[in-house]
Design a binder for this molecule. Structure first.
Ligand SMILES: C[S@@+](CC[C@H](N)C(=O)[O-])C[C@H]1O[C@@H](n2cnc3c(N)ncnc32)[C@H](O)[C@@H]1O
Length: 255
C-alpha cells in the first residue's frame, strides 16, 4: 500500500492501461521483437529458474521468455487486470504451461524473499510513483547474484525544460517521471544492483494532436523538439524516445 498520492497515480495508470493495452496502436509500438532477445539473454535463464516480468502489460516479454525457455517458470504481473486475463488466455492458446499472470498494485510485491532468479521490467519504470521503494522490493524478491533487466525511455541530457515529462504528463496514464541515463542508473545502483551491460534502442509512437499538445509544442524551442524527433502530421504527433536497456546483477544494498 502506498500513500494516497501514490495510489491515485496507480489508479490512473490502471484505468488507462485497462482501456488501451489491447488497442492496435499500442500493440504496434510494444510488439518489438528485435529488442526482446537482448532483454531475455540478460536474465541468463537457467534450467528450473524462476523469472518475473514486472508490469508485463500485454505479456510480450513474459510470453517470449516462457516460449524460449520451456524449463523456466515465468510470472507476469501488472495492475491492468484486463491484460492479465487476456495474457492467461494467450498462454493457454500457445500451450505454455510454464507461465502464470497475476494482478498486483506495483507497490508491494506479493512474493517471498529470493523468490526469483531474475526480474525484467520494460517500459514501465517511469510509471512507478515510489520507484526507489519498488526497486527495493524487486531487490528483496531476487536471489543473491540474480539478474535485473530494465528498459525505459530516457529524458535527453540537453532537455533543460523537462519537455519529455511535460509531454508525457499530457496523457493521463499515470506517468511519473522519465530520467536521464545517469540518473536512472544511479536510482538502480542505489537499491543494490550493479550494472553489467547496457545499450540504447529507440521507441517511436503516434499520439493525437489536441489543444494541450499544440500549446506545449508552441512553447517549446525547435531544438528541444528535435531531441525527440517531434513531428506533426495532420492531427497526429509522432515522437521518438531513446531507450536505455540495462542489465544488472543483484548485489548488497549500499549502507
Ligand atoms: C508501456 S506499458 C509496458 C508493458 C510491457 N512491459 C511491455 O513492454 O510491453 C506500461 C505497463 O506498466 C503497467 N504499470 C503501470 N504502473 C504500474 C504499477 N504501479 N504496478 C504494476 N504495473 C504498472 C501498466 O499497466 C502497463 O501495462
Amino acid at each position: 500500500m502506498g500513500t494516497g498520492d501514490e495510489q491515485g497515480i496507480i489508479e490512473t495508470a490502471r484505468r488507462a492501461f485497462d482501456a488501451n493495452l489491447h488497442g492496435a496502436e499500442f500493440q504496434a509500438v510494444l510488439a518489438d521483437d528485435a529488442q526482446l532477445p537482448w532483454l531475455i539473454d540478460g536474465l541468463d535463464p537457467q534450467q528450473g529458474g524462476r523469472y518475473l516480468d514486472l508490469a508485463t502489460g500485454n505479456g510480450y516479454v513474459a510470453l517470449a521468455l516462457a516460449a524460449r525457455e520451456p524449463d523456466c517458470q515465468v510470472t507476469g504481473v501488472d495492475i491492468a487486470a484486463a491484460a492479465i486475463a487476456t495474457n492467461a488466455e494467450k498462454a493457454t492458446a500457445a500451450r505454455l504451461g510454464n507461465i502464470c499472470f497475476a494482478a498486483v498494485d506495483g507497490i508491494g510485491l506479493p512474493f517471498d524473499d529470493g523468490a526469483f532468479n531474475g526480474v525484467v521490467c520494460r517500459y514501465a519504470l517511469h510509471h512507478f510513483p515510489a520507484l526507489a521503494t519498488t526497486l527495493a522490493d524487486v531487490h528483496r524478491v531476487i536471489e543473491q547474484e540474480g539478474r535485473l533487466v530494465v528498459a525505459d525511455a530516457l529524458r535527453h541530457d540537453a532537455d533543460d525544460v523537462d519537455f519529455i515529462n511535460r509531454f508525457q504528463a499530457l496523457q493521463p496514464d499515470g506517468h511519473v517521471r522519465m530520467h536521464g541515463r545517469e540518473a536512472l542508473l544511479e536510482i538502480c545502483t542505489a537499491q543494490g544492483f550493479a550494472l553489467e551491460a547496457s545499450q540504447l534502442t529507440a521507441i517511436a509512437f503516434p499520439r493525437p494532436l489536441d489543444a494541450a499538445h499544440r500549446t506545449l509544442l508552441t512553447e517549446t524551442a525547435p531544438e528541444i523538439r528535435a531531441l525527440y524527433g517531434i513531428a506533426v502530421e495532420g492531427e497526429t504527433i509522432r515522437a521518438r524516445f531513446t531507450v536505455l536497456n540495462a542489465r544488472f546483477r543483484r548485489c548488497d544494498r549500499p549502507s
